[in-house]
Design a protein around this ligand. Structure first.
Ligand code: FAD
Ligand code: DHB
Length: 406
């Protein structure tokens, strides 16, 4: 048995765990990150693509923004398409200069792993049997196996950054958490294709056959999504069938459509809204998908993981620098204010742009009216724009030990 001790034990090397580890490093706080998958798996996992302005600013302030700045695609607007017509919403004009940046989550994770490695601080991949215990004590513990031997990591605090299917949230005694949940009767079939993006900006489409989304990863790679039933077997979709359906839903009356190319990745993701509250039990703090899930339509999940860990870093800094637990005690309420606004926005984007199996003709006409209003009212477009580029983070960058900017 190998015994170790650290100030903050972090479970999970996704965006939440890696960002937190680096924020703590910048404040001189020790951490150990424990991840159960391999480095390659974590980097290759294709997921999010849209970074809010605040997430890009945060990464820059942390000194890990070089990749985003160099290869990220800054978008000043997006399109909403319905009844065969695209309508542009100018995010930058409506938000006083803010934008979103398209930069794959796997690139974010790669940059953060490189930054972690450069600090020389521990990051264990391919751990097994990870468990957390003694959460109510002042020395909670993470136990895991690595390289054939058992490890016990004593911590002052544990950060549960292990995603929706991780072990941290289920380790909290039942009854201590309230769960708020909503499942949707559809999922997203997502593909990556070797095709130059045919639009410089994202296109969110409501078609009578269902939702479709045009996005991208680089000047040579297009990323597309299609609403499908939630348990749709991906094997049922040949590449030709995927392109037929994408073109059917996305082609607009002026002839715009995505370019076709070789499909290099495809998968189906179910959609749910989920919040577990409070985001803390004893000395275990949950952050990111471990505490909450949003349906991907609003592009908020990764961005919420970033805002959670900024709040957590501030709280831990307050504890170590001033011996104060005030910010730790406020952690959950502070995060949940922003989380619930993102939940509301993601639910609204999802229900406005997808077709439900149980919807009535009235519901569909109301959706069309909603989109017609959205794309013709400056007030409605401004509301979408300020939420899409990201509502303000609840705490300042300086309070978490970073240069100004948030
Ligand atoms: P994760 O990324 O899930 O990381 C958790 C880590 O913990 C993983 O590396 C996992 O392997 C590890 N782990 C799990 N269990 C254990 C264990 N027992 N022990 C040790 N380690 C463990 N968000 C956006 O902001 N913008 C978007 O455009 C967007 N698009 C999306 C599109 C799709 C198709 C999907 C599926 C998601 C999208 N999201 C988007 C959501 C985003 O990907 C997630 O919210 C984000 O990954 C959350 O980061 P996290 O670090 O909290 O969790
Ligand atoms: C992407 C993902 C989203 O969930 C979204 O709303 C927009 C874009 C993407 O993967 O590019």
């Amino acid at each position: 048995m190998t015994r170790q001790a650290t100030q903050v034990g972090i479970v999970g090397a996704g965006p939440a765990g890696l960002l937190l580890g680096h924020l703590l490093h910048l404040n001189g706080i020790d951490s150990v990150i424990v991840e159960d998958r391999s480095r390659e798996h974590v980097i290759d996992r294709v997921r999010a693509g849209v970074l809010e302005q605040g997430t890009v600013d945060l990464m820059a302030a942390m000194g890990v923004g070089g990749g985003v700045e160099h290869a990220g695609l800054r978008h000043a607007g997006l399109y909403i398409s319905f009844l065969g017509q695209r309508h542009r919403i100018d995010l930058t004009e409506l938000t006083g200069g803010k934008a979103i940046t398209v930069y794959g989550q796997n690139e974010v994770v790669r940059d953060l792993i490189d930054a972690r490695t450069a600090t020389g601080r521990p990051l264990y991949f391919e751990t097994e049997d990870v468990g957390v215990a003694e959460l109510d004590s002042t020395e909670p513990v993470i136990r895991f196996r690595h390289g054939g031997s058992a490890h016990e990591l004593r911590c002052d605090f544990i950060a549960g950054c292990d995603g929706f299917h991780g072990v941290c949230r289920p380790s909290i005694p039942s009854g201590a958490l309230t769960v708020y949940e909503r499942e949707y009767p559809f999922g997203w079939l997502g593909i990556l294709a070797e095709a130059a993006p045919s639009s410089d900006e994202l296109v969110y489409t409501l078609h009578e056959r269902g939702f479709a989304l045009f996005s991208m990863r680089s000047p040579k790679v297009t990323r597309l999504y299609l609403q499908v039933p939630p348990d749709e077997p991906i094997e049922q979709w040949s590449d030709d069938a995927i392109w037929d359906e994408m073109l059917r839903r996305m082609t607009t009356r002026d002839g715009w459509k995505p370019n076709i190319g070789r499909i290099t990745q495809k998968s189906v993701t179910p959609m749910r809204s989920f919040v577990a509250a409070p985001m803390r039990h004893g000395r275990l703090f949950l952050a990111g998908d471990a505490a909450h899930i949003v349906p991907p339509t609003g592009a908020k999940g990764l961005n919420l993981a970033a805002s959670d860990v900024l709040v957590l870093a501030r709280a831990l800094k307050g504890f170590y620098e001033r011996g104060s637990s005030d910010w730790l005690n406020e952690y959950s309420d502070t995060c949940l204010r922003r989380v619930w606004k993102a939940q509301r926005f993601s639910w609204w984007m999802t229900s406005t742009l997808h077709r439900s199996p149980d919807e009535t003709a009235f519901d569909h006409q109301r959706q069309i009216a909603d989109l017609d209003y959205l794309t013709s009212s400056c007030a409605a477009m401004t509301s979408l724009a300020e939420q899409y580029v990201g509502l303000p983070m609840e705490v300042s960058f300086e309070s978490a030990g970073l240069p100004a900017g948030g």
